[in-house]
Design a protein around this ligand. Structure first.
Ligand code: GDP
Length: 204
C-alpha cells in the first residue's frame, strides 16, 4: 500500500443520488457498493473508512437513506455506492418494493461493480436480507466482504466467536469474507480500507 493510497479514500466526495436506473453514474470505471439492513451501521462505516464525518448521512432514524448515492474517490474513475438500507418495518410496503426494485436493478445490471461490502450489526448477523445478498453475489461471481459492525458493543470473546460462526457459514461462499469492524473505534479500520482499495484498484 502506497502512502498515496492510504490518503486516497479521504478524497472521496459525494456525486449525486439516483432514484431510478437512468440516473445512475455512467457504467464505467470501478464501483464498490455498500449494502445492509437499515440501522446496521452502513453510513457510519462509509464515513469511517473514508475518514470523513459527514460523507454518508448517519441517522438515528432508520431507513432515511432511500436513494442510491454515488461517491467519487479522488480523481480516479472509482466510486463508492451507498445502496438504500433495507428492512425497516415502519416503511409502507410499496416503498419497500420500490427500494428493492432499485437495488435489484443496480445489482443485476452494473458491469463496473467489483464487489459488495455487506454491513451487518454484529449482534444480528446473517439476516434473511443478508443471506439474499450473499446468494446473489455467489450466483453473479461477485466478491462480498462482510463488516460485522458495532463490534465495540461486544466483548472480545463473543465478538470473535460471532466472527468465527459467520466465517463457518461462508464456507459455502468462496468469494465471501468477513471481519470485525467498529465505526466508533479503530477496530477493523485498516483491514476494511485495504480490502476496499484492493478491489478499487483492480482493473476489469
Ligand atoms: P445505517 O442505517 O446502516 O446507515 O446506520 P447508521 O450508520 O446511520 O448507524 C445507525 C446507528 O448505529 C447510529 O446511531 C450510529 O451512531 C450507530 N452506529 C453505527 N456504527 C456503530 C459502531 O460501530 N459502534 C457503535 N457503538 N454505534 C454505531
Amino acid at each position: 500500500m502506497t502512502l498515496t493510497n492510504t490518503h486516497i479514500l479521504q478524497q472521496t466526495r459525494f456525486l449525486f443520488s439516483a432514484a431510478k436506473a437512468t440516473q445512475f453514474a455512467e457504467d464505467a470505471g470501478v464501483e464498490v457498493a455498500f449494502a445492509g439492513r437499515s440501522n446496521a451501521g452502513k453510513s457510519s462505516a462509509i464515513n469511517r473508512i473514508a475518514r470523513q464525518t459527514k460523507l454518508a448521512k448517519t441517522s438515528k432514524t432508520p431507513g432515511r437513506t432511500q436513494l442510491i448515492n454515488f461517491f467519487q474517490v479522488a480523481d480516479n474513475n472509482w466510486r463508492l455506492v451507498d445502496l438504500p438500507g433495507y428492512g425497516y418495518a415502519k416503511v409502507p410496503l410499496a416503498m419497500k418494493q420500490s427500494w428493492q426494485n432499485l437495488i435489484d436493478t443496480y445489482l443485476r445490471e452494473r458491469q463496473c461493480l467489483q464487489g459488495i461490502f455487506l454491513i451487518m450489526d454484529i449482534r444480528h448477523p446473517l439476516t434473511e436480507f443478508d443471506q439474499t445478498i450473499l446468494k446473489w453475489t455467489k450466483q453473479s461471481h461477485l466478491k462480498c466482504h462482510i463488516l460485522l459492525s458495532k463490534t465495540d458493543k461486544l466483548k472480545y470473546g463473543p465478538a470473535k466467536s460471532t466472527l468465527l460462526g459467520v466465517q463457518r457459514e461462508l464456507s459455502a461462499f468462496p468469494d465471501a469474507s468477513a471481519q470485525l469492524f467498529s465505526a466508533s473505534t479503530d477496530i477493523g479500520w485498516d483491514e476494511a480500507r485495504e480490502k476496499l482499495l484492493t478491489w478499487l484498484s483492480t482493473t476489469a
